[in-house]
Design a protein around this ligand. Sequence first.
Ligand code: ATP
Length: 284
Amino acid sequence: MKIYEKAPAKINLMLDVLHKRPDGFHEVEMVMTMIDLADRLEMSEQPRDTIIITSQAGYIPLDEKNLAFQAARLIKERYDVRQGVHIHLDKKIPVAAGLAGGSSDAAATLRGLNRLWNLNIPLAELLSLGAELGSDVPFCVTGGSALATGRGELLTAVPSPPQCWAIVAKPPINVSTAEVYGRLRSDNIQHHPSARDMVAALEEGNFREMCRSLGNVLEEVTLKLHPEVQQLKDAMIKLGADGVLMSGSGPTVFGLVAKESKVARIYNGLRGFCKEVYAVRLLT
Ligand code: ATP
């Protein structure tokens, strides 16, 4: 038997860091939503009790470092599953981009294996398995739009953004999430974005307020390390995006646009700057 799962990328509409916790994690407030840019996972039963990961992408680990592998191993151990699985990852989400590609693959693996092996694991349990794999995984399990608190694993559903497009551009640099959080001085953040304002904008379905409430404290670190990310933001604003922000720890930048007629202009304008550009809808 074979099953398929889609693993969409996430963007942060806002990301605030409140403080560093005694356990070393940062206490965060994030509003996250999904975009129509997704990896596709094919999961098929295996005659032998092994986990095999394959992918067309040559640049991700295919061993136990792969988050889909870790998700499969966790489910097998926890539910004493003695069957094997072959997971093929058709990667479309740029890697190490701030779009939670690995986390979304892990979440899709949890959902998919729950079906493939008829485990009937309730959602709450899938979420706590996800939290063991990474802070962004629980959100990727549920999808939709959510306010995430704690280290990102405590979720409250919020209304999806009003219909709009995102032009997503990843400059050709690699950013390590651990390094960015490591360099952040959480006691010295210049400007804290407001989760409350962002949630209010979503509740009102107010696109303009949503753009006004975009904010990400990690920009302070990543933009200093990589000025080209700031240049990309400036280019998007110049080309007419209604709101522009870096996603997660970067380096990916997205620009929100309400009018479809602007999408092609911004997309084409950015292609000169950057090879990896996508024009996608926000998922509702
Ligand atoms: P986040 O926003 O959650 O920090 P990201 O988008 O910055 O995630 P990922 O694409 O998840 O980063 O990749 C981060 C690292 O994880 C990469 O260096 C990659 O080698 C590794 N990795 C492990 N499993 C996967 C996977 N299934 N897909 C992509 N990368 C993976």
